[in-house]
Ligand binder design. Structure first.
Ligand code: F6P
Length: 328
């Protein structure tokens, strides 16, 4: 039994930014852990917008029944423009005080934690973050909630695309999410056996790509390129346009889009969500604040928001080199 050193009596929980599979499992863990420790939980709807508007609802043990397996977020989510204004933050603080909430748990990504950092510091509110984004683009955790599920969604889709690519001897350029981060593209590309992976973090050399595709083993009946939406060359359609005149086989583009954000979370994401939800409540009780809770090498780790939001610098260049070799 963890001691409630900070004397937390009421926790507010919200999800913010793009949703990700596993958010509901984290909410469940937060609610059930809090109840165990005799702490009330208030669900805040629509992220920071709901904080400003006082969209609060009491959450009992039953309110989180049967959600561990559900994608999306029962608390809804939003990217709030109002919260980044001084007036928005002040209104949010008044709502929080009026409700008697003495600690917050924010589930989201970069934008969510930047807002939490500013708000928590300015108004002296204890806030703990849980990384919920399919992009996996935060420091302080090996994986973010939803990343594993999104990867499985992508490789499942690419496996299907490969069937038709093979039948028609086509090249497919599959665009995956990742406006600023290429981790989904890199990992799913390796898992799906792609010929090439194009990501925002590295320069996309189209001439090199064309050369490689021309040299690739004769008789290969399908070719798959995975392209992150924020890739340096401007995304899958632009890459397709730029290279199509160089080849006599058909080229098709598929944008996977928001299907990557939906679906039932994988077992890995459910376990991650349960551990992070549980740890976030205990962190608040222990007097921690202004930090994101993550898992590194299987252990719970707290990282200050200011560090967590520093986008992962550079990706392992060996992985891209390996992709070129394995797709001979
Ligand atoms: O932040 C997660 C993410 O899925 C990005 O990969 C993507 O670029 C973005 O959200 C899309 O956001 P929206 O749903 O607002 O279009």
């Amino acid at each position: 039994m963890k001691e409630n050193k900070a004397n937390i009596k009421k926790i507010g929980v919200f999800t913010s930014g793009g949703d990700s599979p596993g958010m509901n499992a984290a909410i469940r863990a937060i609610v059930r852990t809090s109840i165990y420790y005799g702490i009330d939980v208030i669900g805040i709807k629509h992220g920071y917008d709901g904080l400003i508007d006082g969209e609060f609802e009491f959450m009992g043990a039953k309110s989180v029944s049967n959600i561990i397996q559900r994608g999306g977020t029962i608390l809804k989510t939003a990217r709030s423009k109002r919260f980044i204004t001084p007036e928005g933050m002040e209104r949010a603080y008044k709502q929080l005080s009026a409700e008697g909430i003495d600690g917050l748990i924010a589930i989201g990504g970069n934008g969510t934690f930047k807002g939490a950092d500013e708000f928590g510091t300015k108004y002296n509110v204890p806030i703990i973050g849980i990384a919920g984004t399919i992009d996996n683009d935060l420091f302080g955790t090996d994986d973010t909630l939803g990343y594993d599920t999104a990867l499985n969604t992508v490789i499942d889709a690419v496996d299907k695309i490969r069937d038709t690519a093979e039948s028609h001897d086509r090249l497919f350029i599959v665009e995956v999410m990742g406006r600023d981060a290429g981790l989904i593209a890199l990992r799913s590309g390796i898992g799906a056996g792609a010929e090439a992976i194009l990501i925002p973090e590295t320069k996309t050399d189209l001439n090199h790509l064309i050369e490689r595709l021309k040299k690739s083993r004769k008789g290969k009946s399908s070719k798959i390129i995975i392209c992150a939406e924020g890739d340096e060359a401007g995304g899958a359609f632009k890459v397709g346009e730029a290279i199509k005149k160089e080849f006599d086989f058909d080229i098709r583009v598929t944008i996977l889009g928001h299907i990557q954000r939906g679906g039932s979370p994988s077992c890995y994401d459910r376990v991650l969500a349960s551990r992070l939800g549980f740890a976030s409540v205990e962190a608040l009780m222990g007097g921690e604040r202004g930090q994101m809770v993550g898992i590194i090498n299987k252990e719970i780790v707290l990282t200050p928001f200011s560090k967590a939001v520093k986008h992962i610098e550079g990706l392992n260049p060996n992985l891209l080199r390996m992709v070129e070799i394995l797709s001979l």
